[in-house]
Design a protein. Structure first.
Ligand code: FAD
Length: 189
């Protein structure tokens, strides 16, 4: 069984995986390859990086996650079943994975959350009025379902890559803090 399974390998999911894998947790990402940042030819607003293409930013995050030990799978998660102390995640191609912590980082895709019974509302931070969020999410992505976390837009945040990345990191830190029993900090020398 995995420690952490991240559904969605975009900016936020990849960032969460960097933290949990670097922290030593057995981490996997399942990604269907449709990150919104792929549509952006030049990103100028990611602090610390003056200019980068969306695909390059995404690729760097994936490389960092894999270098930290994340297993990265292409695929689409179709359903999630809550078991006694784990989640059973079924992919469209028939594969099944079990995990202790589940991070839903699917951005505009809500089907998994609807099937788990989450109540959705309009994310008013996105002007179109068409984007959804889950009500009652903690700042670090925690939900009312133990060990299930939700990132970025679906947690009611704004649609910006640095916010998605920071929130993914925050989710990773929250999981690491529970697993280590103290507030987790990653300090490079
Ligand atoms: C046209 C456009 C322009 C933008 N320009 C900018 C900009 O200039 N600067 C900026 O900061 N931000 C910009 N953004 C916003 C930025 O793209 C997002 O903030 C960022 O991608 C959100 O990261 P995320 O991880 O939440 O979602 P994403 O990066 O979209 O990743 C979600 C991932 O989940 C996967 N997924 C979904 N459902 C499943 C499933 N069931 N199973 C497996 N995988 C699944 C998707 O395939 C995708 O890879 C722009 C967005 C758009 C649409």
């Amino acid at each position: 069984m995995l420690n952490v399974l991240v559904v969605g390998g975009g900016i936020s999911g990849g960032s969460a995986a960097i933290y949990t894998a670097q922290g030593g947790l057995d981490t996997a990402v399942i990604d269907s390859g449709k990150s919104q940042i792929k549509q952006v030819s030049k990103v100028f607003n990611y602090p610390g990086i003056k200019e980068i293409t969306g695909p390059e930013l995404l690729g760097n995050i994936k490389e960092q996650a894999v270098a930290a030990g994340t297993e990265w799978f292409e695929g689409t998660v179709q359903s999630v079943e809550q078991k006694e102390s784990a989640f059973e995640v079924s992919l469209a191609d028939g594969r099944k994975l079990e995990t202790k912590y589940l991070v839903v980082a699917t951005n505009i895709q809500t089907s998994i959350l609807e099937s788990l019974g989450f109540e959705l509302a309009v994310n008013e931070k996105v002007p179109s009025g068409k984007i959804k969020k889950v009500l009652g999410i903690d700042p670090d992505g925690k939900t009312h379902i133990p060990n299930l976390y939700i990132t970025s837009l679906l947690a009611g945040l704004s649609s910006q890559s640095v916010i998605a990345s920071g929130h993914g990191a925050s989710v990773g830190i929250s999981i690491m803090s529970i697993e280590t029993g103290k507030s987790y900090m990653w300090h490079d020398k």
